[in-house]
Write a protein that binds this ligand. Structure first.
Ligand code: HEM
Length: 241
């Protein structure tokens, strides 16, 4: 592949990705400082799929995110998958009488039990949104409403009055001024999420563009036309700062 073909391919990438899932896009604030290392030890206070809503709320609130942000961001589970091990405990011996979690819709329970048999492979993948796992839409909220949330943390959103009201809003047919529109609210919540604890002053670093792909294509960074364009744009941006 020559460099111009590479550039054309890269330019095509973004719209295509958006088109595939049908999800919203938004401008990400750039040029901010970020940490120099990423460590899982420092992520120990992450929400767990076993967390009740009270704990989910408290963990999000500790980062400046409210109930509306919590439910909106969890709507990201409209795409993707989860391992059986994160929820199969809901399918067998969940209650003291040996039954499954009673909040799971009966037909959905049968589907999940078929996908994650008792003592089966815990690493087997199941869609987080049974209806449209590769489409960015509101069916995640409809699933929560209908007892078809896969993770316990998702399903519990229907039991707390504050989170339930936001789920209802997204799942329902009310639009415009009366209702919240997921595709508009999600980008706002993502920008809020990305603005948490941004480093300032001499902390961290402003990440440089890494182009390891050039090595794979045997093009040196400094010779690459794309690299020159990016460098040109960066210097223009600096002049306007
Ligand atoms: C209470 C908060 C949350 C909990 C407990 C939670 C839990 C989980 C779990 C257990 C999985 C499955 C991981 C696996 O099996 O490998 C998952 C997947 C996923 N989560 Fe979350 N999550 C939360 C919040 C979020 C947020 C805020 C976002 C994004 C804004 C998000 C986006 C995703 C996506 C896209 C996947 C699918 C990943 C894939 O298919 O590989 N989640 N989540």
């Amino acid at each position: 592949m020559d460099q111009w073909t590479l550039i054309k391919e890269l330019i095509k990438l973004t719209p295509e990705k958006k088109w595939q899932s049908g999800g919203p896009s938004w401008l990400v604030p750039t040029g901010r400082r970020d940490g120099r290392i990423s460590s899982s030890n420092q992520a120990s206070n992450m929400p767990s799929p076993l967390d009740p809503v009270s704990v989910q709320k408290q963990k999000f609130s500790a980062k400046g995110l409210d109930v509306h942000d919590l439910v909106t961001l969890l709507g990201a589970h409209t795409i993707g998958q989860t391992d059986c091990r994160f929820f199969s405990y809901r399918l067998y011996n969940f209650t003291t009488t040996g039954n499954a979690d009673p909040t799971i819709n009966q037909s959905f329970l049968e589907l999940l039990q078929a996908q994650c048999p008792k003592n089966g492979d815990g690493l087997r993948k199941v869609a987080l949104d049974k209806d449209s796992p590769v489409k960015f839409d509101v069916s995640y909220f409809k699933n929560v409403r209908d007892g078809s949330g896969v993770l316990e943390s998702d399903q519990r959103l229907w039991e707390d009055p504050a989170t339930k009201s936001v789920v209802q809003n997204y799942a329902g047919n009310i639009r415009g001024i009366l209702g919240l529109r997921f595709e508009f609210e999600f980008p706002k919540a993502m920008i809020k999420l990305s603005s948490i604890e941004v480093k300032a002053g001499s902390q961290g670093e402003i990440r440089k563009i890494e182009m390891d792909c050039f090595d794979a294509l045997s093009i040196t960074k400094s010779d690459s036309v794309l690299y020159k364009i990016v460098r040109e744009i960066s210097s223009m941006k600096n002049e306007f700062r």
